[in-house]
Ligand binder design. Structure first.
Ligand SMILES: O=P(O)(O)OC[C@H]1O[C@H](O[C@H]2O[C@H](CO)[C@@H](O)[C@H](O)[C@H]2O)[C@H](O)[C@@H](O)[C@@H]1O
Length: 269
């Protein structure tokens, strides 16, 4: 298993042991981030796809016999529609989109947290403000979401990206009721107070999971990694470099796939 040595004290042996112990539990939940975790980051967000190896490993988990299959979830900043379309997860996978503003649990219809009148008005104001920033900062882009607006800066030069992010954070980001989330080359302004930590806790409770594995690459994933309890068997996996609350680290989406392949073998024993 390809862990790296970028700061997290883990060994192949301890990682394998944690995965094997996780797979031996009664109702394990495998919860995964999408962009940067299953899918490499790309300039065109509509072109993001899981690597072939990650897609195959996720499908193999979903194809396990029912009595050996873990609960599966994707927990993403993406809205549900593109998340579901781009990730194409196995049937029965719980989906959390927009950092928790949208949820689709197995057997249920998708539910988007309803916005109150003042939140709808705030969302319109915030979206218009981010659009104005985009119009004056070449290479930046607006991604509208059901409960937020995202400034993308990946395709802008460094100075423009920095100026645009500052304009958004110091402008609409300071409006009362707006929650700013920084991610990789994105600033998201949400009108609901959501994060992946609360999303993972919600999934744990509503799916009845007795242990959770979570993998993610971005700072927004740290909310999820921080609510895990390794002493109780939870397994946190940081993808790529950066500070983390995770106990284990892997390099990239194909290394995430290797973790999932190890789980497929462990669940099959
Ligand atoms: O929680 P995630 O599944 O990791 O989603 C986080 C954000 O992902 C998308 O943006 C990121 O991926 C893009 C495609 O690779 C990349 O161009 C961008 O720079 C990344 O930040 C998505 O567009 C956002 O809405 C998500 O919040």
């Amino acid at each position: 298993m390809s862990t790296d040595a970028t700061g997290t004290p883990s060994t192949d042996a301890s990682f394998r042991a944690a995965l094997d112990a996780f797979a031996a539990r009664t109702r394990p939940l495998v919860a995964l981030d999408f962009d940067g975790c299953l899918a490499p980051l790309v300039d065109d967000r509509d072109a993001a796809r899981p690597t072939p190896r990650a897609a195959a490993a996720l499908a193999a988990l979903g194809d396990l016999p029912e009595d050996r299959r873990p609960l599966l979830a994707l927990v993403s900043g993406r809205p549900l529609e593109p998340l579901s379309r781009l990730a194409a997860p196995p049937a029965g996978t719980a989906l959390v989109g927009s950092h928790g503003a949208e949820v689709r649990l197995p057997g249920d219809d998708a539910a988007t947290a309803p916005l109150e009148e003042h939140e709808r008005a705030l969302l319109a104001d915030v979206t218009a403000a981010v659009r104005r920033v985009v119009e004056t900062h070449p290479g930046t882009d607006l991604e509208p979401k059901p409960a937020g607006a995202v400034l993308h800066t990946r395709n802008a030069d460094v100075a423009t990206a920095s100026a645009a992010a500052r304009a958004v954070v110091d402008g609409p980001g300071r409006l009362p009721g707006v929650h700013a989330l920084r991610g990789k080359d994105v600033v998201e302004l949400a009108v609901l107070d959501v994060d992946k930590g609360r999303s993972v806790q919600m999934l744990r409770e509503r799916l009845g999971a007795d242990v959770v594995l979570y993998a993610g690459d971005d700072v927004t994933d740290e909310h999820a990694l921080a609510v895990l309890d390794p002493a109780a068997g939870d397994v946190g996996v940081k993808v790529g470099p950066g500070e983390t609350a995770a106990s284990f680290r892997v390099a990239d989406p194909d290394a995430v796939a290797e973790v999932l392949e190890h789980l497929v073998a462990a669940f099959s024993r």
